[in-house]
Design a protein around this ligand. Sequence first.
Ligand code: DCB
Length: 529
Amino acid sequence: MEKLLRYWVGSILGVLLLITAAAQGVTFPDVAAGSWYGAAVEEMTQKGLLTGCDDGTFQPMREISAAEFVVITLRCTGRELTLGEGHWASAALSYARDEGWFDWDELSFDRGCWTACDEPISRQLAVKILMKALLPNTKYDFNVESQKISDFSSLNGRYYEAVLSASAAGIIKGDEAGAFHPERGLTRAEACVLFQRALDRRENLPPSQADPGPKTPSQNMETVSGGVSENGWLQVKGTQLCNEAGEPVALHGMSSHGLQWYGHFVNSQTIQNTAAYGANVFRIAMYTGEGGYLSQPDVIKEKAFEAIDAAVQNDMYAILDWHILSDGNPMNHVTEAEIFFAEAAERYAETPNIIYEICNEPNGNVTWAGDVKPYAQRLVSVIRARSPKSIILIGSPTWSQDIHLAAADPIEGENLMYTFHFYAGTHGQDLRNRIDSARAAGLSVFVSEWGTSRADGSGGVFLEESRVWLDYLEERGISWCNWSLCDKDETSAALKPGTAPDRDWTEKDLTVSGQFVFSRFISSKDEVK
Ligand code: DCB
């Protein structure tokens, strides 16, 4: 009873405060009229985008949590929320993740729980979510905008696009010293100002720019298929992979899992089993860390060379993949990489089958300009000195998703392509748009690894999402390899647990993922010679 009374008194007081505040044109007792953020709060409240706290206050100087930020962003896009299971914001958080406003490792969903989403959101992540949700097609000039942000060098590469486009759109302005402080929190007052600027900007865009849909540089690309005896040395013309005769070609096939774990699925028989379904490429994932090449160089190198020879016997292209993963920065082992690729490129200098993939997935605290690009320049020159014509595949930060950074600052040279990796349960339309923009800027893209699962190799299977992705790649003549040819008990694996590696396979040996992927090696558009 006493509780109820307190509640009523509280509410009445709250209402009285609200009325007085409204009379002054401001809605919250703790938001002073005329303060630098007062107008933004008022506008957001009038539009129904802000509700304030249970006690009727706004708490402008409290740091906004990730959950609060995502929920308000979603409201700004005009979407209604339904309460999900568990955390009050779980429906909004899942929606935002599925839309690609943030990646799964930025706000993690763990064992049914949105961990850490009640913690203050970092400024860099907030700006990324805001830009992806409200102003996804904002253009920027890398050099101009990066100059404006005095602490730009401390920014992680995966936030370049968001922060630079937000700067270009006038959404963020640094402090007195021009600093953005990417890792700091954001007060609710600051967040409100960001929302208001983004909404203003959005309202003033011509409708076509507000949502132009994906750009489509070269759709309906007709490609040829077939093996090395038909296509010979590959070459890049414009953004397209072509055969020796200059015709657009698409490579489709499997990637191995780690040679140190699933090397028994990397032999002439298993590679031939994929060729029997129409594959014309095989990727050899030579992990460097996790018990791979760096801990047993001779054994793993021999296995990789055997795998190349098996692919050659089967008339297939072979991607030799320096599979960095736990060792996230390729510069950590650049000398080892130079020695390895020097030997490989010399050995296979005359073999048209080989494609060099010099760094699987840079991740963690790496930048394009400071780490991946200088690494790639060194490796390209090592390989080129020995194998002048071969195709070289180059990764980018954020597990080879940051191709926009490469597009803004590419590497000089011929027959270079940039890898883009995706997992259909995690990555979606915003990344397809990113590929289109990169290609429109002249970048040549090769999907050397993708999975039907979530980004951790399990979950799903996400066949519908995979179909959308493969149709997208097919329309553009983009080549791909699927993760992975092994029998591990995870949804991305193509083979059922216990499948024998030393015989032909039938549909029954393939998992749901394997059946889907094998059925797509030959695309409906391939002009089979
Ligand atoms: C990539 C890696 C690849 C990894 C797959 C699936 O990593 F290139 O090595 O494979 O994508 O995560 C997985 C295997 C597991 C194994 C694990 C560790 O399927 O069996 O236990 O490697 O060796 C990615 C790709 C994208 C993202 C994250 C990762 N992403 N990742 O977008 O967040 O964290 O490994």
